[in-house]
Design a binder for this molecule. Structure first.
Ligand SMILES: O=c1ccn([C@@H]2O[C@H](COP(=O)(O)OP(=O)(O)O[C@H]3OC[C@@H](O)[C@H](O)[C@H]3O)[C@@H](O)[C@H]2O)c(=O)[nH]1
Ligand SMILES: [O-]c1cc(O)cc2[o+]c(-c3ccc(O)cc3)c(O[C@@H]3O[C@H](CO)[C@@H](O)[C@H](O)[C@H]3O)cc12
Length: 468
């Protein structure tokens, strides 16, 4: 253990082991960058396949080293699956089994490094292997405090009788003391929460894993801030009887060695008027799974008449987005619309002057990036947690609109077109209201010192924890 502090000569040794998903590894790496900026040393554990995508985001290669972990094959998973981009949603529990099987390797690494701190989110056994080497543990959650408060606290425990699926009404009931009547799910939306309490052979339920992870750590951390989610954080802290440290938004910012937007997108976007392009992205995991829904999305954007750029994974059953496009679509939108199946640098696209609207699935990372941008925000959430994030943005902060969806979760081209037009057409009352509120929130969150203030306090919390 050394002397600590951003200005001191010595540093903390930290190991990070996030859930095997880009939506988790990316914010863990953003936090690693912030801690490395203060002189702390990080060993980042990740699967081999994730290395190429994450390496460019490492802003301090002298202080952050990647260590690749072998993810064993588990029966039922696609061959070579290492992250949940390789795995259909209904098989996610098998990836959790594979992660559990990495325990011996992680134990050996911790024994060699002897870190001061270990950060994790899903590998609930980390405290058992960290304690013997004298490390303190932080369960770092990169999803909203609201989604943890709704379903991952002791008061949200539910008895699943003989594997019977719970009804939407049962699943929608918030736990006793839950602090909001707005950030909630409707019964048909809550059906997407079934996976939380579903038991799986050998690993129990997602709920049990997460509650164990948060019960056994030395401190819970959440990538959020008091201004947006204070009441949810207090509720989680009281449920677990331990401190909840907040990191603030943890966005990469404009560090000197950050890469610029790929010329093909920068050049394409530059052809359009300021604030006129709709950018649509649905995160790092397959979200729009059905080809019909994928086509409604394309047709809805076409009907807006606006230029658009979509970054999306192909739906099930096809290997490229081109194969899934509606008939004649490519010809009709030539010159003003692109659907791309690969990775686009989302934060840089959102800050491009031509982009005026962000159609998002409202993953928590995207939510922060949309808040910091000056785009109008249209939300098409798919899973429970994304729906709660969307409610936070639309009902509590009132700075975005949500696309109307049917009870089965599907949206029509018309509802997407209406939502985009409601924020993009000049003079729209809704559009003006959300623009004003968004501006107000962006001013608060992007104030110089806001994010840094959170990171300074977070670093101090960690130092106190290690010293205790
Ligand atoms: O083409 C892309 C797609 C995504 N991204 C980046 O990848 C990140 C995606 O993270 P999100 O949290 O928004 O969404 P993901 O779906 O990938 O995450 C997952 O974990 C976090 C949860 O809140 C989400 O609900 C869950 O789906 C963002 O930082 C985004 O900027 C790109 O840079 N380019
Ligand atoms: O859908 C969700 C609804 C909800 O109320 C809470 C969560 O929490 C989490 C979560 C994940 C990791 C944490 O450290 C804390 C909370 C959710 O995570 C997503 O779960 C998916 C299924 O396992 C997984 O594929 C995805 O990568 C996770 O981001 C979802 C909900």
């Amino acid at each position: 253990m050394g002397d600590f502090g951003s200005n001191g000569s010595s540093s903390m040794r930290i190991v990070m082991y996030p859930w095997l998903a880009f939506g988790h590894m990316t914010p863990f790496l953003h936090l690693s960058n912030k801690l490395a900026e203060k002189g702390h040393k990080i060993v980042f554990l990740l699967p081999k396949k994730a290395l190429n995508q994450l390496e460019p985001l490492n802003l301090h290669p002298d202080l952050i080293s990647f260590y690749t972990i072998s993810i064993p094959h588990v029966k039922g998973l696609p061959p070579g699956a290492e992250t949940n981009s390789d795995v259909p949603f209904f098989l996610t529990h098998l990836l959790a089994v594979a992660m559990n099987e990495t325990r011996p390797e992680v134990e050996t690494i911790l024994g060699t490094i002897k870190p001061d701190l270990v950060f994790y989110d899903s590998a609930h056994w980390i405290p058992e292997v960290a304690k013997p080497v004298g490390a303190k543990t932080v369960c770092f959650n990169i999803v909203s405090a609201a989604s943890i408060a709704l379903s991952l606290v002791p008061a949200a425990e539910r008895e699943v009788i003989d594997g019977k699926e719970m009804s939407g009404e049962e699943l929608a009931k918030p736990p006793l003391g839950y602090p909001s009547s707005k950030v909630v799910l409707l019964a048909h939306e809550a059906k997407t929460l079934g996976f939380v309490w579903r038991k799986h052979d050998g690993i129990g339920s997602f709920f049990e894993g997460k509650v164990t992870a948060m019960r056994n750590c030395d401190a819970i951390a959440i990538r959020t801030c008091r201004e947006t989610e204070g009441k949810f954080c207090d509720y989680i802290s009281s449920q677990y009887g331990k401190p909840v440290y907040l990191t603030g938004p943890v966005l990469p910012g404009s560090e000197p060695n950050q890469r610029s937007l790929e010329p093909r997108w920068a050049d394409w976007l530059a052809k359009f008027n300021p604030g006129s392009v709709v950018f649509c992205a649905f995160g790092s995991q397959p979200v729009v799974d059905k080809i019909d829904q994928f086509q409604e999305l394309c047709l809805g954007l076409e009907s807006t008449g606006l230029p658009f750029l979509v970054a999306i994974k192909p739906p099930s059953g096809v290997s490229t987005v081109e194969e899934a496009l509606p008939e004649g679509f490519k010809e009709r939108v030539r010159g003003r619309g692109v659907v791309y199946g690969g990775w686009i640098q989302q934060p840089l696209v959102l800050n491009h002057p031509s982009v005026g609207c962000f159609v998002s699935h409202c993953g928590f990372g995207s939510m922060w990036e949309s808040l910091m941008s000056d785009c109008q925000v249209v939300l098409v959430p798919q899973h429970g947690e994304q729906i709660l994030n969307a409610r936070l943005m639309t009902q509590e902060m009132e700075l975005a609109v949500e696309v109307e969806r049917k009870e089965n979760g599907w949206f029509s081209r018309r509802s997407l077109e209406d939502a985009v037009k409601s924020v993009m057409v000049e003079g729209s009352v809704v559009g003006e209201k959300v623009r004003k509120n968004h501006e107000k929130w962006r001013c608060v969150l992007s104030d110089s010192g806001f994010a840094d203030g959170y990171i300074d306090k977070f670093e101090q919390n960690l130092i106190d924890l290690v010293k205790a």
